[in-house]
Design a protein around this ligand. Structure first.
Ligand code: KG4
Ligand code: ZN
Length: 331
């Protein structure tokens, strides 16, 4: 089956083609315009999607070397995300569905991030623990099987990606903050500044990053760069604190569930320190990350999960709307 996936939940305009579980093309157009505002401006993001979505779709179809008539179905992100940006993708997908007379399936963006790990390892087996770390979410999941998910813990305040983004702003770096902090950290000493690692208590699987961010803010109030403490040292120490918090919680989740496999999903999964430290600290279980290009927002994961859903008999009419607060499990 050939599925076209469409993703517009935030500021990446993305279209991909998946055929029989293989990604034939994966087009992502970022919106650099937001970097001058230090974060995504929803109205601008919607307008940018509107302007470029058809071009990105044409390019994805051309790169996949298929024709429109070969597409069997469409998968589109329904949520969570920004209401206006989701609407641009959903409207485009509905038009395509009516025009081509083919089915359309709504996809949960978070579930798609998690299932991107099956692209990394098609033999991945349930159950597994998943750390979902994106710009809006930091959650630990016990993924028992398709459709059966148990939330083990989530953040009480900022998401891990948000901690990177806000930290980068405090350090005077660009947006998105994760890759900026990662770049700045190179050559820095990650053990130089002891930023706090909030673990809440000895058992909790919840996260909190707001104290860490505040501590960076206070640190920068009195900071003057010298050769003893550079911006690279601060970025590396701050990054290390976020990574340490994530690893402490993953260890607890694995202990609690006795999972043999842990997968990481979402934009922060692209972070190399997180990847390296996790492999080092959890050498006795299987750790899986999607390919870097499938960690941050993309439509490959949408088309891939769309095909899985369609193959398992899932169908939908097109009378669905954008769900900015869509959850993995119905509350
Ligand atoms: O999954 P994603 O692309 O979008 C959402 O669904 O939110 O995640 C975006 C987040 C941003 O906060 C960004 O700073 C972070 O992922 N991110 C990273 C890296 N690349 C993206 N954080 C740390 N290291 C990275 N290399
Ligand atoms: Zn995402």
């Amino acid at each position: 089956m050939t599925v076209i996936g469409i993703e517009t939940s935030c500021d990446e305009t993305a279209v991909a083609i998946c055929k029989d579980g293989r990604i034939l093309s994966n087009e992502v157009s970022s919106q650099p315009i937001h970097s001058k505002y230090g974060g995504v401006v929803p109205e601008i993001a919607s307008r940018e999607h509107e302007k470029f979505l058809n071009l990105i779709a044409e390019s994805a179809i051309a790169k996949a070397k298929i024709s429109l008539s070969e597409i069997d179905a469409i998968a589109v992100t329904q949520g969570p995300g920004l209401a206006g940006t989701l609407l641009t993708g959903i409207s485009f997908a509905k038009g395509l569905s009516i025009g081509l007379g083919i089915p359309l399936v709504p996809i949960n963006h978070l579930e798609a991030h998690i299932f991107a790990n099956f692209l990394a390892d098609p033999k991945l087996e349930f159950p597994f623990v998943c750390l979902l770390v994106s710009g809006g979410h930091t959650q630990l999941w016990d993924i028992k099987k398709m459709g059966l998910y148990n939330l083990l813990g989530e953040t009480r305040d900022d998401a891990a990606g948000e901690a990177f983004d806000k930290g980068a702003r405090i350090l005077g770096l660009g947006y998105p903050g994760g890759p900026e902090i990662e770049k700045k950290s190179q050559g820095g000493d990650e053990n130089l500044i002891k930023f706090p690692r909030s673990t809440i208590d000895t058992e909790s699987l919840e996260f909190s990053f707001s104290g860490l961010k505040t501590s960076l803010l206070y640190f920068m109030d009195n900071f003057k760069e010298t050769k003893n403490i550079t911006l690279a040292d601060i970025a590396a120490s701050y990054q290390k604190a976020i990574v340490d918090i994530l690893i402490i919680k993953i260890k607890r989740a694995i202990k609690k569930t006795r999972a043999k496999t842990c997968v990481i999903a979402g934009g922060v999964a692209a972070n190399k320190t997180l990847r390296f430290d996790l492999q080092k600290e959890l050498s006795d279980i299987k750790i899986l990350f999607p390919d870097i290009s499938f960690c941050t927002d993309n439509a490959a994961m949408i088309s891939f999960l769309g095909e899985i859903k369609l193959n398992s008999g899932f169908s939908s009419n097109i009378n669905f709307g954008a769900e900015p607060n869509l959850q993995m499990v119905k509350p």
